[in-house]
Design a protein. Structure first.
Length: 191
Protein backbone atom coordinates (compact mmCIF):
# COMPACT_ATOMS: atom_id res chain seq x y z
CA UNK A 1 0.00 0.00 0.00
CA UNK A 2 1.12 3.54 -0.81
CA UNK A 3 2.17 5.52 2.19
CA UNK A 4 3.33 9.08 1.68
CA UNK A 5 2.56 9.58 -1.99
CA UNK A 6 1.53 13.03 -3.15
CA UNK A 7 -2.21 13.40 -3.52
CA UNK A 8 -3.10 10.93 -0.77
CA UNK A 9 -5.63 13.30 0.81
CA UNK A 10 -7.34 13.88 -2.54
CA UNK A 11 -7.42 10.12 -3.28
CA UNK A 12 -8.98 9.50 0.12
CA UNK A 13 -11.62 12.17 -0.54
CA UNK A 14 -12.43 10.76 -3.98
CA UNK A 15 -12.62 7.19 -2.66
CA UNK A 16 -14.78 8.22 0.28
CA UNK A 17 -17.24 10.15 -1.85
CA UNK A 18 -17.49 7.26 -4.31
CA UNK A 19 -18.20 4.82 -1.47
CA UNK A 20 -20.67 7.18 0.24
CA UNK A 21 -22.60 7.46 -3.03
CA UNK A 22 -22.44 3.77 -3.98
CA UNK A 23 -23.00 2.08 -0.64
CA UNK A 24 -24.23 4.81 1.70
CA UNK A 25 -22.57 6.86 4.39
CA UNK A 26 -23.40 4.54 7.30
CA UNK A 27 -22.15 1.46 5.47
CA UNK A 28 -18.82 3.07 4.57
CA UNK A 29 -15.93 2.64 7.01
CA UNK A 30 -12.61 4.42 7.35
CA UNK A 31 -10.84 1.15 6.58
CA UNK A 32 -12.95 0.72 3.45
CA UNK A 33 -12.09 4.23 2.32
CA UNK A 34 -8.40 3.61 2.97
CA UNK A 35 -8.47 0.33 1.03
CA UNK A 36 -10.25 1.96 -1.91
CA UNK A 37 -7.59 4.71 -1.95
CA UNK A 38 -4.75 2.18 -1.70
CA UNK A 39 -3.50 3.29 1.71
CA UNK A 40 -3.64 1.98 5.25
CA UNK A 41 -6.34 2.89 7.73
CA UNK A 42 -3.66 4.58 9.79
CA UNK A 43 -2.89 6.83 6.82
CA UNK A 44 -6.59 7.71 6.61
CA UNK A 45 -6.50 8.90 10.22
CA UNK A 46 -3.39 10.98 9.55
CA UNK A 47 -5.50 13.03 7.16
CA UNK A 48 -8.98 12.94 8.72
CA UNK A 49 -10.25 12.53 12.28
CA UNK A 50 -13.25 10.53 11.05
CA UNK A 51 -15.18 9.80 7.87
CA UNK A 52 -17.45 12.83 8.33
CA UNK A 53 -14.47 15.16 8.05
CA UNK A 54 -13.96 14.00 4.46
CA UNK A 55 -17.17 15.90 3.68
CA UNK A 56 -16.64 18.86 6.00
CA UNK A 57 -12.92 19.59 5.96
CA UNK A 58 -12.04 22.88 4.34
CA UNK A 59 -14.72 24.81 6.23
CA UNK A 60 -12.04 27.07 7.72
CA UNK A 61 -10.84 27.91 4.20
CA UNK A 62 -14.38 28.88 3.20
CA UNK A 63 -14.68 31.08 6.31
CA UNK A 64 -11.37 32.72 5.40
CA UNK A 65 -12.65 33.42 1.88
CA UNK A 66 -15.79 35.09 3.24
CA UNK A 67 -13.80 37.28 5.63
CA UNK A 68 -11.10 38.04 3.02
CA UNK A 69 -13.86 39.41 0.81
CA UNK A 70 -15.03 41.63 3.66
CA UNK A 71 -11.47 42.78 4.36
CA UNK A 72 -10.99 43.70 0.69
CA UNK A 73 -14.12 45.89 0.58
CA UNK A 74 -13.71 49.67 0.55
CA UNK A 75 -13.69 51.39 3.94
CA UNK A 76 -17.00 53.14 3.25
CA UNK A 77 -18.82 49.96 2.15
CA UNK A 78 -22.40 49.63 3.34
CA UNK A 79 -23.59 46.42 5.02
CA UNK A 80 -25.15 45.35 1.69
CA UNK A 81 -21.85 46.03 -0.08
CA UNK A 82 -20.04 43.98 2.57
CA UNK A 83 -22.42 41.09 1.93
CA UNK A 84 -21.58 41.31 -1.79
CA UNK A 85 -17.87 41.43 -0.98
CA UNK A 86 -18.12 38.42 1.33
CA UNK A 87 -19.99 36.46 -1.35
CA UNK A 88 -17.36 37.36 -3.96
CA UNK A 89 -14.70 36.07 -1.58
CA UNK A 90 -16.61 32.83 -0.99
CA UNK A 91 -17.12 32.43 -4.72
CA UNK A 92 -13.39 31.79 -5.09
CA UNK A 93 -13.92 28.56 -3.13
CA UNK A 94 -16.29 27.27 -5.83
CA UNK A 95 -14.60 27.18 -9.23
CA UNK A 96 -16.53 25.36 -11.94
CA UNK A 97 -14.28 22.28 -11.70
CA UNK A 98 -15.52 21.78 -8.12
CA UNK A 99 -19.20 21.60 -9.13
CA UNK A 100 -19.42 17.82 -9.74
CA UNK A 101 -17.77 17.08 -6.37
CA UNK A 102 -20.10 19.53 -4.64
CA UNK A 103 -23.19 17.97 -6.23
CA UNK A 104 -22.22 14.49 -5.09
CA UNK A 105 -21.18 15.71 -1.62
CA UNK A 106 -24.52 17.48 -1.15
CA UNK A 107 -26.45 14.38 -2.28
CA UNK A 108 -24.69 12.37 0.46
CA UNK A 109 -25.45 15.05 3.06
CA UNK A 110 -29.08 15.37 1.96
CA UNK A 111 -29.57 11.61 2.40
CA UNK A 112 -28.33 11.56 6.00
CA UNK A 113 -30.04 13.59 8.81
CA UNK A 114 -26.96 13.67 11.07
CA UNK A 115 -24.89 15.09 8.22
CA UNK A 116 -27.60 17.66 7.50
CA UNK A 117 -27.44 18.73 11.13
CA UNK A 118 -23.66 19.04 10.99
CA UNK A 119 -23.90 21.10 7.79
CA UNK A 120 -26.40 23.46 9.43
CA UNK A 121 -24.14 23.88 12.46
CA UNK A 122 -21.17 24.68 10.23
CA UNK A 123 -23.25 27.22 8.28
CA UNK A 124 -24.41 28.84 11.54
CA UNK A 125 -20.75 29.15 12.56
CA UNK A 126 -19.96 30.76 9.21
CA UNK A 127 -22.79 33.26 9.71
CA UNK A 128 -21.31 34.19 13.11
CA UNK A 129 -17.83 34.57 11.55
CA UNK A 130 -19.17 36.81 8.81
CA UNK A 131 -21.19 38.88 11.29
CA UNK A 132 -18.04 39.31 13.40
CA UNK A 133 -16.13 40.48 10.30
CA UNK A 134 -18.91 43.00 9.64
CA UNK A 135 -18.79 44.17 13.26
CA UNK A 136 -15.00 44.56 12.96
CA UNK A 137 -15.69 46.88 10.03
CA UNK A 138 -17.91 49.04 12.23
CA UNK A 139 -21.35 47.64 11.36
CA UNK A 140 -23.36 47.94 14.60
CA UNK A 141 -25.66 45.28 16.04
CA UNK A 142 -28.19 44.07 15.12
CA UNK A 143 -27.23 45.07 11.54
CA UNK A 144 -24.01 43.00 11.65
CA UNK A 145 -25.88 39.85 12.67
CA UNK A 146 -28.67 40.47 10.15
CA UNK A 147 -26.11 41.02 7.39
CA UNK A 148 -24.19 37.88 8.43
CA UNK A 149 -27.34 35.77 8.39
CA UNK A 150 -28.42 37.34 5.10
CA UNK A 151 -25.04 36.59 3.59
CA UNK A 152 -25.32 32.90 4.50
CA UNK A 153 -28.92 32.77 3.29
CA UNK A 154 -27.84 34.15 -0.09
CA UNK A 155 -24.90 31.75 -0.09
CA UNK A 156 -27.15 28.74 0.62
CA UNK A 157 -29.65 29.60 -2.11
CA UNK A 158 -26.89 30.37 -4.63
CA UNK A 159 -25.09 27.13 -3.76
CA UNK A 160 -28.31 25.15 -4.28
CA UNK A 161 -28.73 26.75 -7.70
CA UNK A 162 -25.05 26.21 -8.57
CA UNK A 163 -25.19 22.45 -7.90
CA UNK A 164 -28.55 21.97 -9.63
CA UNK A 165 -28.42 19.49 -12.49
CA UNK A 166 -27.80 21.26 -15.77
CA UNK A 167 -26.66 24.54 -14.17
CA UNK A 168 -23.56 25.99 -15.82
CA UNK A 169 -23.38 29.58 -14.58
CA UNK A 170 -20.48 30.47 -12.27
CA UNK A 171 -21.13 30.60 -8.54
CA UNK A 172 -20.32 34.33 -8.38
CA UNK A 173 -22.97 35.11 -11.00
CA UNK A 174 -25.60 33.11 -9.11
CA UNK A 175 -24.66 34.70 -5.78
CA UNK A 176 -25.03 38.15 -7.30
CA UNK A 177 -28.41 37.21 -8.79
CA UNK A 178 -29.69 35.83 -5.46
CA UNK A 179 -28.36 38.85 -3.54
CA UNK A 180 -30.28 41.09 -5.94
CA UNK A 181 -33.43 39.06 -5.32
CA UNK A 182 -33.00 39.43 -1.57
CA UNK A 183 -32.65 43.21 -1.98
CA UNK A 184 -35.88 43.27 -4.01
CA UNK A 185 -37.69 41.17 -1.39
CA UNK A 186 -36.41 43.38 1.44
CA UNK A 187 -37.44 46.58 -0.32
CA UNK A 188 -40.90 45.38 -1.37
CA UNK A 189 -43.71 47.22 0.38
CA UNK A 190 -45.32 45.29 3.22
CA UNK A 191 -48.85 44.03 2.96
Amino acid sequence: MARWEPGTRERLQAAALQLFVSQGFDETTASGIAAAAGVTERTFFRHFTDKREVLFEGQHVLAERFTAGVDAAPEDASPADLVSAALRGAGEFFPDDRRAWSRRRQAVIDAHPALQERELLKLAGLARDVAAAFADRGVPEPAASLAGQSCLTVFGVAFGLWIAEGETRPFAELASLVHGELARVASAPGR
